[in-house]
Write a protein that binds this ligand. Sequence first.
Ligand SMILES: *[C@@H]1O[C@H](CO)[C@@H](O)[C@H](O)[C@H]1NC(C)=O
Ligand SMILES: *[C@@H]1O[C@H](CO)[C@@H](O)[C@H](O)[C@H]1NC(C)=O
Ligand SMILES: *[C@@H]1O[C@H](CO)[C@@H](O)[C@H](O)[C@H]1NC(C)=O
Ligand SMILES: *[C@@H]1O[C@H](CO)[C@@H](O)[C@H](O)[C@H]1NC(C)=O
Length: 849
Amino acid sequence: MRIIQSLGLLALATTPFAANLHPRNHETHEYYALHLRPDSSPAQVASALGLDLVGSLGELPDHYTFSSPRHRQHGADDILEDLRIRRRKRVAPTGLSALDGILWHQKQKPKPRMEKRNAIPPVPARQNIASGGIPTVVPVASQSSALPPAQQAAIAMRDEVARKLEIQDPIFGDQWHLYNTVQLGHDINVTGVWTQGITGHNATVVMVDDGIDMYSDDLKDNYFAEGSYDFNDNTDEPRPRLSDDKHGTRCAGEIAAVRNGVCGVGAAYDSKIGGLRILSKVITDEDEAVAMNYAFQKNQIYSCSWGPPDDGRSMDAPGILIRKAMLNAVQKGRQGKGNIYVFAAGNGAASGDNCNFDGYTNSIYSITVGAIDRKGLHPYYSEKCSAQLVVTYSSGSGDAIHTTDVGTNECYSNHGGTSAAAPLGAGVFALALSIRPELTWRDLQNILVQTAVPVNEKEEWDTTSIGRKYSHTYGYGKLDAYAIVEKAKTIELLKPQAWFKSPWLHVKHRIPQGVEGLLSSFEVTKEALENANLERVEHVTVTMNVNHTRRGDLSVELRSPTKMVSHLSVARRLDDAGVGYEDWTFMSVAHWGETGIGKWSVVVKDTMVNEHNGTFTDWRLTLWGESIEASKQGLLPMPTEHDDDDHDVISAVASTATISSSAAETPSINPTDHIDRPVNAKPTVPAPITGSNTPTEVAVTPKPTSTPTTSATPSPSTTAAPDNFLPHYFPTFGVSKKTQIWIYGSFAIIVVFCASLGTYFFVQRRRRARINRDDYEFEMVNDDDANTGLNGRTKGKRSKRGGELYDAFAGESDEELLSDEDEGYQDEKPEDREHRSGRVSPEEYNEKQ
Ligand SMILES: *[C@@H]1O[C@H](CO)[C@@H](O)[C@H](O)[C@H]1NC(C)=O
Ligand SMILES: *[C@@H]1O[C@H](CO)[C@@H](O)[C@H](O)[C@H]1NC(C)=O
Ligand SMILES: *[C@@H]1O[C@H](CO)[C@@H](O)[C@H](O)[C@H]1NC(C)=O
Ligand SMILES: *[C@@H]1O[C@H](CO)[C@@H](O)[C@H](O)[C@H]1NC(C)=O
């Protein structure tokens, strides 16, 4: 057995893809994903667990897949569970067993199939059929005799372009999204790109979907076999096999239908198109992670028109393996420029759904594309959210997208939903990459921010600090292929990505019901951003915990120092889940270009006055953007799980609270976290807290010593030596990684201790100063109120309790409230405490002194 496994491993080393292609059968086998130490032997791990080694897990370094026939008796589950507990208790490994090399594991669970984004719900009764009804196909081209002169002229121009480009595809005239002769200007403005000879040469897009018909006459010449695989039926050809496997082919036609007299043409009709078939059977996270990195040096763009259900109830994020795969792709794929993930925003708007409740669309690594219809209107189905970057054309106002269908020479005239918008975006992005392949994943997003065209400007649009317009309904606006390609030709490439993470900020206060909100703020200083090597903000994420008995009642706003408001979350009438938000990360692209310096506030509201209530527990802000000094910037470490399955501990910032608690808990210094997010965050006292019956805010102002990563991270070119968890310039002392962790951990504890002593005296001084100010605190309220950094629209309302905002401490004595905050946690499990221990509040800090 062992010999066979070793041979398998050898084969693996010579043909790297062989392992990925190893068939999985979820009916007969169970699968395990393991992350191993680089020096451990997967074959030995397999035999110690009684499992078979399948091979390396896609492109994830040191990750392997193991399996067992379902009938086989093996001890793997018990052994792994035991290991998990030992890791959590930090029991030192014996140093003898192959099992010591297991850093993380996850038994694979077949998961519900992702929903295709073409399942457009019925038009709600109150909706006007004109803005998104069942499409009725109007053969536009054939009506020319009775048309107004402007349309006749447009038709003549389109025909002229078609002649020039030798487009003889029979439904080209129906492809209004490419050239709209009825609603003039309502198309992707692509013909001026094609006439320059820019038609997608050398660009590759892969449809991650239910297959593509590579034998269709309209696709076969552009089919990219090298980038394609069928993960559902374990074959090289992701061919549609089920009767409803049509979605991927229709999407593919929008991107790369060949200019050849069959049906229509794709937006990038000379680009290559592949397929990764994952939607037609049950798969696991492990399969999906492999698919999302499949041939990632050759597949440039991954077009994804699916996701968790758009039912206004679901709140699902991709699992840790998939998140790792996506980060891996943006860091290493496409020769290090990063793969482009394009995701459909979702069709659940009529059910009150919002794309920030979907962890794929709200990932910073995906470009979220929503829909507008042929009249440029917002179709009733297309979801809104602050993570939406752009929109483009799809079904509504009586028509849909005309494209290729499954079959030798089949066309389809009824393609729609945000499913049809995302691939159209992917096609446009292929045009940009075909002339400027060196654009990184962020450069492309930056181009979209700079070039998207606002639509329906009478609706709600905000002007951002860089003078762009943003709407939660349309993102930065609609795609204009010409503007995008022109910008792509000349735009200066961005420096690498940097990030700033705030500490976890405790709030722990009940949320008032109704129009009031509970506000918590965090001040980001110039030095903090300099330490983080962060020059300018692109994406902003807020990870938060809210405890509530009805999730759908909650809404969350993020207010930036420039007073830009992102609606991170909205109330959802159908969402009855009896939980709040658990370590959920919301994302916003609306702050693109801000400096990030100043006060960031989160406002949590419980919008319904009813029996359901809850508590805002804590949150953390992360600013992502362009680095100041490219040479100093390292890569983001792979994500780790916060929960029991992971060997890493969340504790991002070792607060002083950690120090004063029992010694056994202190070394919560996880290698990556330590490098990434140094431990010595020093919370200072809050901004002066105002009189007890006046609304104010929870302001937590840690000193900028919580420098994220950058200064200590390895430069992109440096990869840490296998047995050294720190960058190379840290000595290893010739000992194992574990021991290094202890050495550096102890050192860090000393540093933190000294830092906390300093903070202690600082806080004491501030505290005394504040006590002395007690008499006139009330007066300070008004001053404070005038410039609380709140949105101008709400200014003035805050001086009253009945204002829009509700302060965490209004009506309560400020400090005492939180000083007994730990009450409810008396008998919490050690692992829970560990989880919370990284989170700081000034009050907690004071109390611990
Ligand atoms: C569309 O493309 C043309 C060039 O073909 C360009 O002049 C124009 O600015 C673009 N945008 C719009 C909105 O027309
Ligand atoms: C495609 O790539 C090849 C090799 O990199 C290059 O020589 C060629 O000019 C490119 N074609 C186009 C149309 O950009
Ligand atoms: C808050 O969370 C705790 C533990 O998770 C739970 O027992 C409690 O019921 C929750 N409270 C509310 C209001 O949701
Ligand atoms: C929620 O309401 C119940 C009953 O009205 C109350 O006992 C509880 O303290 C409230 N919880 C919070 C967090 O406000």
